[in-house]
Design a protein around this ligand. Structure first.
Ligand code: TXA
Ligand code: MG
Length: 321
């Protein structure tokens, strides 16, 4: 298994072929890196679970290259979902919709709904297009991290987390650091209005402005929907994460750039604004682990824009079961 850079047409062709042959390909998206497998190949999808150490029965997002393929995977699509797909795809938004017969139980965790996304990253889109040219319908891809850990935002994060678990025919495509840095917004589209299951770069306000009505969030669907991202212990580094506390000597510290580092603390990130905060969040938590820091103190951002998604992840990473 090698990290492959300079993802030109022939590299993309090889990667799509690897997927078609049932191998795993980790690839960049604008949100985080995904660990991809042919969404119609049960054995390949089973390897995702094995590599991630993810409990079975947790649904996976299917990635497609354009809205044109939506009908393949989803049926009874509400009009508002089509509007949202047209407005925000390719982009950091996943729609949960009633499934067609090609979305098998091994993708949906036995639910009647399937998660679909068109990512906005040139490497991801090229890979998905080529995979479809080769006869594929979609690529199942969770974030390319061990279950419960922090999502990877660079190819070397993927390698350091999963390299020992991937086999020689699997691939990691390098497309540089992810421009957004936190996972996509998940919108359940199975009722008369969408419901936010996971906040992301497509914000509640953007959706509301677009649809011209208010929508609800339900970020604690653990019992109703088997959505592993809604488990409280998710997105955790090895270090313990504390919000708004005062760090001791040798503890890690993350805050906006204008906040001074408390005496004796080790600064891990100093974002200027919420977009930058999202970009550096996971890499700075990983940096804390790399430095062997046991406690990381974080001053969360305000909840404007992508700030809501950052706060959601921070609350989840700071809660240990
Ligand atoms: O930005 C993203 O969404 C990234 C990139 C790679 O696309 N993917 C990602 O996948 O974050 P994952 O598996 O790490 O998180 C997806 C979340 C999980 O909590 C999963 O349970 C939930 O989406 N999910 C997937 N399909 C679902 C479904 N049919 N119903 C409810 N939740 C679903
Ligand atoms: Mg994940």
């Amino acid at each position: 298994m090698a990290i492959i850079s300079n993802c030109n047409a022939s590299i993309i062709k090889d990667a799509a072929l690897a997927l078609k042959q049932g191998h795993l390909v980790a690839f960049p998206t604008e949100t985080v890196y995904g660990l991809g497998a042919d969404a119609c190949n049960e054995e390949a999808v089973a390897r995702i679970y094995q590599v991630k150490g993810r409990p079975s029965g947790h649904p996976l997002i299917v990635h497609i290259s354009s809205i044109e393929l939506l009908d393949k995977w989803a049926r009874d699509i509400p009009e508002y979902a089509v509007k949202l797909a047209r407005a925000f795809w390719p982009g950091p938004m996943t729609l949960i919709l009633p499934r067609t017969e090609i979305a098998k139980d091994f993708i949906t965790g036995g639910q009647n709904n399937v998660g679909i996304r068109v990512p906005a990253h040139t490497v991801a889109l090229a890979l998905l297009k080529e995979f479809e040219v080769q006869g594929g319908y979609g690529v199942a891809a969770p974030s390319a991290n061990k279950f419960g850990a922090v999502s990877p935002t660079t190819s070397s994060d993927v390698a350091s987390e999963l390299a020992g678990l991937l086999s020689t025919n699997d691939q990691i495509l390098n497309g540089g650091p992810c421009s957004i840095g936190v996972e996509s917004t998940i919108l359940s589209c199975t009722t008369d209005k969408p419901i936010i299951l996971r906040p992301g770069a497509v914000t509640k306000e953007q959706v509301e402005n677009y649809l011209e009505y208010y929508i609800n969030s339900n970020l604690n669907l653990d019992d109703q929907v088997k959505s592993s991202g809604s488990f409280k212990s998710h997105y955790s580094p090895i270090a313990k994460v504390f919000l708004n506390g005062i760090p001791n000597l040798g503890d890690g510290f993350i805050a906006y750039s204008h906040v001074k580092t408390p005496k004796g603390a080790i600064r891990l990130a100093s974002p200027e604004n919420n977009e930058e905060y999202a970009q550096v969040l996971y890499s700075s938590l990983r940096l804390g682990d790399l430095k062997g820091i046991s406690n990381i103190y974080v001053i969360p951002p305000n909840s404007n824009g992508i700030g809501a998604a950052i706060c959601d992840r921070l609350i989840k990473s700071s809660t240990k079961l």
